[in-house]
Design a protein around this ligand. Structure first.
Ligand code: DGL
Length: 263
């Protein structure tokens, strides 16, 4: 095991694990410290000012543990508070951007569906991103309030989950969408069930791979890459750790994890 200086990764809960998995794949010698803010999940129903204040506290917690860079593995926190974080913290901070650009470029139908939280859809920087790519392509957004708690409880394949996905995705397919962009990191865990609902009618795009590529680029630029070839490690914290939270997180991560309580 390496004792590399860790990279802090956070989300409102388990969604950012989908990003952490990509980070580990792309940067196997780096170590990570994952923080799930489950006491305050979901972020998608919080105000911009609340998110700004809370993400600063979470970032502070990660900095106090010596992190050399931060990944905001949450679309809602990225669009609402990453600019404020960057003003206060002088470390590389990488956020998540929904894959609207590639979807718009590749859409043959000229219709793209975007699934996200209500607070992401309200954020100014998200609206700017939509404006940039809409025009020749019609971008149809859909808030999905039920999905975050279904993923938090690792309820990925039940009839309840399929029903919720159907209610959000069918209207987009009816409008002709041939790409569905996942604008929330929790939703990546629902890809399999989404594919059942979509039945080959549209491509599903998430943002894990580009986030990992951007983190690698930033670490390289600031000479922060771990020089060792030894595999890195990952530790997990939650603001609401419990045996059930650890069990669900282990299920989603794919191996048993120890979950520590913090802030
Ligand atoms: N996973 C988050 C996102 O990407 C937050 C979901 C939530 O807590 O509402 O937006």
């Amino acid at each position: 095991m390496s004792d590399a200086i860790p990279i802090g990764v956070f989300d409102s809960g388990v969604g950012g694990l989908s990003i952490a998995r990509c980070l580990q794949r792309e940067l196997p010698s780096e170590s990570f410290l994952y923080f799930a803010d489950q006491k305050y999940s979901p972020y998608g129903s919080k105000s911009a000012s609340w998110l700004e204040a809370r993400t600063e506290l979470v970032a502070q917690f990660l900095l106090e543990r010596g992190c050399k860079a931060l990944v905001v593995a949450c679309n809602t926190a990225t669009v609402n508070s990453i600019s404020a974080l960057r003003e206060k913290i002088e470390l590389p901070i990488v956020g998540v951007e929904p894959a609207i650009k590639p979807a718009a470029l590749h859409s043959k139908a000229g219709v793209v569906g975007v699934l996200a939280t209500a607070q992401t859809l309200r954020a100014e920087s998200f609206c700017t991103l939509l404006d940039k790519f809409s025009g020749p392509v019609k971008l149809v957004t859909q808030a999905c309030p039920e999905l975050v708690s279904l993923v938090e409880s690792a309820n990925l394949h039940s009839e309840e989950t399929i029903g919720a996905l159907r209610s959000y995705i069918e209207p987009l397919l009816d409008l002709g969408a041939d790409h569905i962009v996942l604008g929330c990191t929790h939703f990546s865990f629902l890809r399999e069930s989404m594919a059942r609902v979509i039945g080959g009618r549209a491509h599903i795009l998430d943002a894990g791979t580009p986030v990992a590529a951007e983190l690698k680029r930033q670490l390289g630029k600031f000479d922060l890459l771990n020089a060792s070839c030894a595999p890195g490690k990952i530790s997990f914290y939650s603001s609401s750790a419990s045996s059930l939270a650890a069990k669900n997180m282990s299920l989603l991560w794919g191996s048993p994890i120890e979950l520590l309580e913090a802030i």
